[in-house]
Structure formats: structure tokens, C-alpha cells
Design a protein around this ligand. Structure first.
Ligand SMILES: CC(=O)SCCNC(=O)CCNC(=O)[C@H](O)C(C)(C)COP(=O)(O)OP(=O)(O)OC[C@H]1O[C@@H](n2cnc3c(N)ncnc32)[C@H](O)[C@@H]1OP(=O)(O)O
Length: 416
């Protein structure tokens, strides 16, 4: 039977959701209600399905996103999500067809990069994506951490304070705080009003019942909110009436080290809680170093997180900042024919310029490696050692090492 790859209609959305749940091995029930909830927030022109005899067997959608790059500017991104192929239809090239269509449309719209969070590492490199931001989760053995158990909050040390707030308060103060975060942290993506609604229980996100977390805000001495944490706890008690609870941080954003320190100390200071799970953080998060004994923070997850595919080399390289001035000619290979070519990049503290050139190249690399390097999180020297960046001019790798690396690691706090 013929396979029809195309965008879907509103009437096909429930069947598309059923196919998505099937691909993700989730119960394919309740799709009519889910479709009603999600349809107003779904761009059908960017929602592809594959149909066989009128039944959806593959799903793929994208949406507009803003990605913060090194230095704090943002670039428009094509965010890809909900990618599935029904098990009976896998390995026939359906993902490749949907990806090619989406990336070509994103390039046409003028989006600078495409982004996604990969379910499995080996899938997306072939389409020009590279892992650009990684994530780490720590588990803290609270008694071992050595924090002052008499700590009564941050006010004595820095003039700030921590208050528990409601979900409605978070919807009011969260967006401005998050805007401050994304102006300073590369790898962060924008959150729209729906993100705040879904993550504060104002709308039901999916079939699972919403379990409200606790929210706490750190305000500085002037009363401005500099940090926000959401957390939940289990109710585990050991034998002999011994409280052994695990507190899990559902999200924490902070824009000053004082706010970060205070919020981490706060969640590690609760009676009954002996273990704190940090949630997914930047790999260089200060959390372990805030603890008198950093070995109390054990890494439980360390993985690639945000993958980036460069669609417009000129605008991508001009948007970000560079650690030191330098000039490099890059020969970028792109099998999909979207952004390959030779580019001259001139960077200085006042900005960067990039243009196509016929000059001899200093470095040759695949667009996948350009994505990996883009947020300053990977070392050109490491990729050269692996044979993934080719040095054509002696010393060019060292120049790239100085220019591209960022002082702090990239971090994308969100899943999409
Ligand atoms: C951004 C996100 O949404 S991530 C979520 C991705 N979805 C999932 O993981 C759900 C479960 N898996 C699936 O639905 C499917 O297997 C998909 C979407 C991963 C792949 O779909 P398919 O239609 O089978 O992929 P397609 O046939 O186009 O494969 C293209 C190539 O990728 C390879 N490939 C596909 N999936 C995988 C995988 N999971 N691991 C390794 N290689 C893979 C294929 O072997 C093929 O290689 P080739 O070009 O060398 O022959």
C-alpha cells in the first residue's frame, strides 16, 4: 500500500496522536480529549504524518523556538519533537523523508538552526545534528554534605530571603526571571505562556493527573526575585520510624550565585530529607562546590541533551560571541546540501563577521561537528584528535580552540 507523507488536517490530529503514543509505547487512549487540548497550540502546517490507507503510521512536528547562543544573543530555531514511526513501518526511510522536508522548510523560513532532544544517540547525526549541550543530574547524600544544620535561611548572610509561593505567583514572576536567565546562559530556549501554564498546573498537560510541586522564590535584598525552585518529595520512612525522604528538584533557575547557593542550601535543609536529586543541570553547575563536602553529590545522569543542526552558517556564526579575536576559513561539508561551503569567519570582541569565500580553508568539518561546537561546549582539539575536524593550516585547531570555547558550559533546562 502507498505511503503518503504530508502535513495533517485538524480532523486527523487524534489519529496522529494515537500514532505518536504507539511509537512511544504509551497507551494510545484518550486521544480525542488530548487533541481538543493540544490543537489550539499545534501548528498543523509544521505537523507531518505518514498515512497508509488513511491510517497514520508516523509523526513529526516542529515549532518556532529561540535559542540563546554564546554571548547572550538568540537565534531563531526550528525545534523538532514528537518524532515516531510505528514499529511495523520502521527502517523504510520514513524518518529520513520527514526530516528532509522539515529541514528544507526551516531553511526556507530563515531559521538559523534546528534543535531537538534525541531519544537515542545514533539517530540524528546523519541529518547534520551534533550534541551541543549536555546535562548532569546529581544525587546528594544530605547528611554527608556537611551543610550547617542550623541554617535558618539566607537573610543573615546576603540580605536575601526565601518564600514559598503559589503556582499563580510563579506564572506572574517566572517569565521575567527566565528572560534574565536566557540573556546570560547559552543553551537556554524560550518558554511561552503555555509552558508556564503546563508546568504550574493551570492547564492539564496530558492524561496523567497533575501533581503540584512546592515552589520557592529567592528574593535579593531589594526584593527582586533572583531565583525559583520547584520541588517534590516522596514519603519514605525507614524502619524504627526513621524519615528517609528523597526530595526531587523539578526545576531551578537562578540568575545570581547568591540565589543559586541559597536555593540549593534550602532544598538540602529540610527535616526528614536525607537525599536530594538535583534534576537535569548544566554539567558545570556550581551545586557540588556549594557543599562543604562535594563528594556528597554523586552524578546519577550524564548525557547529551540539546542537539543542534546549523542551517545558516553565516547568521549562526555571526550571532555568537568568541572568547578571543581570530580569523578562520571553515570548509563545511553538508551531505543534505543545506549549508555546506567555505566560510571566512572574522571574530573580535566587538562582534563577528562571516561570509562565503574562495580562500583556502584552515579547517574542514562536517556540519554535524559545527553543531557540536556551536554552543562552545566541545573542544575543536578533541574533535581533531578524533579525526572529525581536519586541520588544513598548521595551528588552526589551536586558534579555533581559543575562539570557540565558552567559559561556562551550555545548558538547556527544558525538555521538548
Ligand atoms: C526529537 C524526538 O522526537 S526523538 C524521538 C525519536 N523517536 C523514537 O525514539 C521512538 C521509537 N523509534 C522510532 O519511532 C523510529 O525507529 C525512529 C523515528 C527513531 C526511526 O524511524 P525510521 O523510519 O525507522 O528511520 P529511517 O528508516 O528513516 O532510518 C534512517 C536511518 O537511520 C537509522 N536509524 C533509525 N533509527 C535508528 C535508531 N534508533 N538507532 C540507530 N539507527 C537508527 C536507520 O537504520 C537508517 O540508517 P541508514 O540510512 O544507514 O539506512
Amino acid at each position: 500500500m502507498a505511503l503518503d507523507v504530508r502535513t495533517i488536517t485538524a480532523a486527523e490530529f487524534p489519529d496522529w496522536l494515537r500514532a505518536k503514543h504507539t511509537g512511544f509505547l504509551q497507551a494510545p487512549t484518550g486521544v480525542e480529549q488530548e487533541a481538543e487540548r493540544r490543537l489550539p497550540h499545534t501548528d498543523l502546517a509544521r505537523t507531518q504524518g505518514v498515512f497508509e490507507g488513511g491510517r497514520c503510521v508516523a509523526t513529526f512536528r516542529s515549532f518556532a523556538q529561540e535559542l540563546t547562543v554564546v554571548g547572550g544573543a538568540t537565534v531563531p530555531a526550528d525545534a523538532i519533537s514528537n518524532v515516531t514511526v510505528t514499529p511495523t513501518h520502521r527502517r523504510r526511510g520514513l524518518l529520513s523523508r520527514m526530516t528532509a522536508t522539515d529541514l528544507a522548510a526551516a531553511k526556507e523560513r530563515g531559521e538559523v538552526v534546528a534543535t531537538l532532544i534525541a531519544a537515542e544517540y545514533p539517530i540524528y547525526g546523519r541529518y547534520g545534528f551534533g550534541p551541543a549541550a549536555w546535562t548532569t543530574e546529581w544525587e546528594i547524600d544530605v547528611p554527608r554534605a556537611g551543610l550547617d544544620p542550623r541554617w535558618a535561611g539566607p537573610s543573615a548572610s546576603d540580605g536575601g530571603r526565601i518564600d514559598l509561593v503559589s503556582a499563580a505567583d510563579v506564572r506572574k514572576l517566572g517569565p521575567a526571571l527566565h528572560d534574565r536567565l536566557r540573556a546570560r546562559q547559552h543553551g537556554v530556549i524560550n518558554r511561552d505562556a503555555r509552558w508556564w501554564d503546563v508546568n504550574t498546573g493551570a492547564v492539564q498537560p496530558g492524561p496523567e493527573p497533575w501533581k503540584e510541586p512546592f515552589f520557592a522564590v529567592y528574593s535579593n535584598a531589594s526584593g527582586e526575585a533572583d531565583g525559583l525552585v520547584a520541588y517534590r518529595s516522596d514519603t519514605h520512612w525507614g524502619d524504627a520510624k526513621q524519615p528517609l525522604q528523597t526530595l526531587t528538584v523539578a526545576g531551578q533557575i537562578a540568575v545570581t550565585p547568591a540565589a543559586e547557593r541559597a536555593l540549593w542550601h534550602f532544598v538540602c535543609s529540610f527535616d526528614w530529607v536525607t537525599t536530594v536529586r538535583s534534576g537535569y543541570r548544566a554539567p558545570d553547575d556550581l551545586l557540588p562546590l556549594f557543599l562543604p563536602d562535594p563528594r556528597a553529590a554523586r552524578i546519577v545522569t550524564q548525557a547529551d541533551w540539546l542537539w543542534v543542526r546549523v542551517l545558516d552558517v553565516v547568521r549562526a556564526l555571526e550571532a555568537r560571541a568568541y572568547a578571543v579575536p581570530g580569523t578562520l576559513v571553515l570548509d563545511v561539508h553538508d551531505a543534505a546540501g543545506l549549508s555546506g561551503g567555505r566560510y571566512r569567519l572574522e571574530a573580535s570582541p566587538s562582534g563577528a563577521s562571516c561570509a562565503r569565500t574562495t580562500d583556502a580553508a584552515d579547517l574542514a568539518l562536517d556540519v554535524r561537528e559545527l553543531g557540536t561546537l556551536y554552543l562552545g561546549d566541545e573542544s575543536p582539539a578533541r574533535l581533531a584528535a578524533l579525526g572529525r575536524v581536519e586541520e588544513l593550516t598548521p595551528g588552526a585547531v589551536a586558534v579555533a580552540e581559543g575562539m570557540f570555547r565558552a567559559a561556562r558550559r551550555a545548558w538547556c533546562p527544558d525538555m521538548f
